[in-house]
Design a binder for this molecule. Structure first.
Ligand code: EPU
Length: 338
C-alpha cells in the first residue's frame, strides 16, 4: 500500500483548493480499503473518503487519512422483471463514462444524469439529481463496508433515507463506506423530457427522434452552456440547495416577489430556485477576492485562482446574509465542508 504524507489535495478536489492531507492513500480494491482503515486506526486519525472530490469544500489542511476510492469494474448482473436489468458498478468508476457505458449497451434510466461530475460511489451520498431524475429513482441497492464492525453488507434503497440532495450517508458520515452501487435500469427507452430546456435543446439539435442518447446529448449541451468545467474554472457544482418551503410561506414571499422562480414539490411544499434569488441580489458574475459567483449560473461558486476554503465560505456567508435579509430564506450549503 502506497502512503503519501502531507500530500496536496489540489488535484483531488474540483474547487482546486490547495490543502494538504496528513496521509493520502489510493485504494483500488476492498482489501486495500481495509488496510487503509487499519492504518488510520493505528495512527489514531479519522479517515476521509474522496471520490473525485467534486462535492467537497476543504476548509484547510486535513489532519486525516484521506482515502481516494479508485476501485473499478462494471457488471451487468442479471435480468430482473420484464425489461429490467441490474447493473453494478464499483465505487471508483467515474459517473459520466458509466452513464455512457450503460447507454452504449442499450440500458436506460440515467441518461438525464449525464455529465454529473464525481464517482459512482459518491453519487448516493448526495443523491445526485438533474433534469428531472434523481439517483434514488433507479437505485436498487448498495454494497457498503462498515469500518467499525469490519463487515461488508448490502443496503437496499429503502434503507438509505434518500431525500433531495440527502441520504443516510450524508446524515451519518463515516458510518459506512460505499464500495459498489447496483442500479435497476431498463432495456426499454423511456426518455424524460419535461424539465425546462430539454425539448428546446432537442429542437435546436434537430433531433429526428427523441431517444435516450439524444436526451443525453441535449443535457450535455445544456450543462456545458451553464456550468463551468472544473478543469477550466474550478467549482463544486451547485453550492447551495434549492430551499424547500411550505405553501403558506411561499404565498407570503410570492406576494412581494411575484416573479420568483419556483417548482411545486407536492400539495404542501414548494422548491425555490436559489440561483434566481442570488441573481436578484446582484451576485451573478461577481467575486470577493478569488472566490466568485459563476456568470451563467448563480448557484455555482468558482475559484478564480488562489481562493482558499475560507474565501469560498466568506463569499457563501455574504450571499446567505443578503438572501436572508431580502427574501427571509436561509440557503443551505450543498457540498460537504471538511
Ligand atoms: N435561475 C436564475 N439565475 C441563475 C440560475 C437559475 O434565474 O443564475 C433560475 C432560472 O429561472 C432557471 C431556474 O432558476 O430556469 C432553474 O435553474 P437550473 O435549471 O439551472 O437549475 P437549478 O435549480 O439552479 C438544479 C440542480 C443542478 C442541476 C439543475 C438541472 C440543485 C442544488 N441544483 O439547479 O445540480 O444540474 O437543477 O436539473 O438542486 C449540482 O447539484 O451540482 C447541480 C448542478
Amino acid at each position: 500500500m502506497k502512503i503519501e504524507e502531507y500530500a496536496s489535495l489540489k488535484p483531488y478536489n474540483t474547487l482546486a483548493l490547495d490543502a494538504n492531507a496528513r496521509y493520502l492513500i489510493i485504494v483500488t480494491s476492498l482489501d486495500l480499503l481495509c488496510e487503509a482503515i487499519h492504518f488510520a486506526n493505528a495512527k489514531k486519525l479519522p479517515y476521509l473518503v474522496l471520490g473525485e472530490g467534486s462535492n467537497i469544500l476543504l476548509r484547510g489542511n486535513v489532519d486525516k487519512v484521506v482515502i481516494l476510492m479508485r476501485t473499478e469494474g462494471v457488471s451487468i448482473d442479471s435480468k430482473g422483471h420484464d425489461s429490467e436489468v441490474f447493473v453494478t458498478a464499483q465505487a471508483g468508476e467515474t459517473w459520466h463514462p458509466f452513464v455512457q457505458c450503460c447507454l452504449s449497451k442499450g440500458l436506460y434510466g440515467i441518461e438525464n444524469l449525464s455529465l454529473v461530475p464525481g464517482t459512482v460511489g459518491a453519487a448516493p451520498v448526495q443523491n445526485i439529481g438533474a433534469y428531472g431524475v434523481e439517483l434514488a429513482d433507479v437505485l436498487h441497492s448498495l454494497q457498503v463496508y462498515a469500518p467499525e464492525s469490519r463487515e461488508t453488507f448490502e443496503l437496499m434503497r429503502e434503507d438509505c433515507a434518500f431525500g433531495y440532495r440527502d441520504s443516510l450517508f450524508k446524515q451519518r458520515q463515516n458510518t459506512w463506506i460505499i464500495t459498489a452501487v447496483t442500479l435497476r435500469l431498463s432495456i426499454r427507452p423511456a426518455p424524460k423530457t419535461s424539465y425546462g430546456g430539454i425539448l428546446e435543446e432537442l429542437d435546436a439539435m434537430k433531433a429526428d427522434e427523441i431517444t435516450p442518447s439524444a436526451v443525453a446529448e441535449a443535457i450535455c449541451r445544456l450543462r456545458q452552456r451553464k456550468l463551468p468545467d472544473p478543469a477550466v474554472l474550478p467549482n463544486a457544482g451547485s453550492f447551495f440547495k434549492n430551499p424547500v418551503i411550505t405553501q403558506a410561506q411561499f404565498k407570503r414571499i410570492q406576494a412581494e416577489f411575484p416573479t420568483i422562480v419556483h417548482y411545486v414539490v407536492n400539495d404542501q411544499q414548494i422548491k425555490l430556485a436559489a440561483g434566481w434569488m442570488i441573481e436578484q441580489c446582484g451576485w451573478k458574475g461577481k467575486r470577493l477576492n478569488d472566490a466568485g459567483v459563476h456568470t451563467h449560473q448563480a448557484l455555482v461558486l468558482v475559484n478564480h485562482g488562489h481562493a482558499t476554503g475560507t474565501d469560498i465560505l466568506a463569499l457563501a456567508e455574504e450571499i446567505q446574509g443578503q438572501v436572508k435579509s431580502r427574501f427571509g430564506i436561509r440557503l443551505d450549503i450543498e457540498p460537504t465542508v471538511a
